[in-house]
Design a protein around this ligand. Sequence first.
Ligand SMILES: Cc1ncc(C[n+]2csc(CCOP(=O)(O)OP(=O)(O)O)c2C)c(N)n1
Length: 625
Amino acid sequence: MAEILNKINSPADLKKLGQEELKTLATEIRKLLIQTVSHTGGHLASNLGVVELTIVLHRVFDSPKDKIIWDVGHQCYTHKLLTGRKNYFATLRQYKGLCGFPQREESEHDHFNTGHASTAISAALGMALSRDFKKEKHKIIAVVGDGSLTGGMAFEGLNQAGALKRDLIIVLNDNKMSISKNVGGLSVHLNEISSLSLFDRSRRLVWIWIKKTPYFGKLLSKIAEYLRIGYRSLLKIRVFFEQIGIKYVGPVNGHNLAEMLEIFNRVKNLSGPILVHVVTQKGKGYKFAEKNPTKYHSASSFYIHDGKWSKKPQKLTYTEVFARTLIKLARENKKIVGITAAMPDGTGLAKFAQEFPDRFFDVGIAEQHATTFAAGLAIRGFRPFLAIYSTFLQRAFDQIIHDVALQNLPVIFMIDRAGIVGDDGPTHHGNFDLSYLRLIPNLVISTPKDENELQHLIKTAEVYKKGPFVCRYPRGEGVGIKLDLELKPLPIGKGEELKNGQDLYLLACGSMVYPCLTVAERLEKQGMSIGVINARFIKPLDEELILKATKCERVLTVEENTKVGGFGSAVLEVLEKYKVKNVRVERIGIPDSFIPHGSPELLKKEIGLDEESIQKKALQMLEKV
Ligand SMILES: Cc1ncc(C[n+]2csc(CCOP(=O)(O)OP(=O)(O)O)c2C)c(N)n1
């Protein structure tokens, strides 16, 4: 029974509660988070870490008048529970249910839509300035994780915040973790400081006492050393922030309600930009998540009693095949380097890191830097494999053009999670990469039809040294095909005809090749002759093969990418280039809109990317319906 939570319909209800009740509320919320996410999946560990912090922010400030902006937004579940959405919480991440990230469409308490990291300070600063222009009176609070602080944009925001000197509260939620262990010079100092928060307000006394005690013993001297390092870093961090114009407050124990209430009530009355350094524990309150916060960062459904996933993949995932293949190649090729922007586990590179720790780099949430860093390696003869999710590579658009393609550098982009990703929704779908990459000169862009082709394309990328190479593949399991033992490079720009046809050709790429094959086989049984082509390369496109397909005068392109500027558009460009006439071309792809969250199967059905929809469209073109 969630007795206290049941009474909270808006943050105003929190103001009536005493500290003991707030404590009980935190326990009730944790229980509900674990129960719900065990069914729906979601960002469990991050959310368990900010329960007290969220309660305190809503207790001290007046949302929605005061505006809390969540960086990434994956840690907003308690915020949703306290802002009138607890009754829908079971629908979390389900189609048409609550989004796993803040969404302005959902509530007046969500002030900025997020999903990608490091945006909160910039957005909050813009809001602070508009508040001052309009002569309004309210507080703006940006909550940023230590991982998100590794993103360049967060620093750009801090830099301007310090100079503008507007009232702005930045809460640094420091749990020492990004998805994996946090990285970078700043995080070293933050880690050293965070231990100080354990000493709460009595830490100064402890320090004096230790200094005065003649005999320390081993433990005490260790603590003393810990504190010495902590205070030294605290000084440096304070100086760093204060030098750029931001007051530093902290470290504060993010699970101590009394301490946080006291600090935030004080901070509320201060002016200018202030950073409050709050130390939390990722996964707090669920032992499996405390022990392995990376595993439960983005959990799929699990059994609460033992923490095991309730659904296990049956087939090898594309990510696993990428990792295995790269390791295989790297054993022979010492020039191969693996790079990730804070996603060693998600991209599979964690396995590569185990075998090649010196050739693996986690650069933090810094896709732009990762790209130019890879360019630097490539220009000096190394073979950087940069593994990034499609949606996050959007950040590095200019770096791909200016630092890689313009200089024709052989950087290899392994683009994971291309297409519909599902429950994380519009901020995370990888719908645009074919379009935003296809327009860049010098890129080779490939997309495998299955995991076996993926490993051959990785080999192709390794031997192709003339310029940048892109390989994009979907989230999750492959099709279950056997992997060839020997890796062989594939000819650049050559597709394959999987089935010959007389009535209509399905021109497919990547994840849509097998569904097209199934449709062709079904229609064949009904007496129609349907050809299927696996484009394999989007750039350069196999023009010869496409022109061959147009001989049957009906061509349907199918891709898991936005129709705007994607593979289908490339086919149309070929027809225009060769002035092909009398061919009926239709395109299936992701519509020109943002796709909500929900299961990939359901979403694909909704937008017409499932076998039934392809079949229906083919039949329409054949005038059979
Ligand atoms: C631009 C971008 N790259 C990568 C990610 C994937 N991602 C989601 S949360 C996260 C870690 C964030 O760490 P932190 O801000 O410390 O929050 P925590 O989960 O530790 O609370 C990452 C890398 C992202 N959301 N945005």
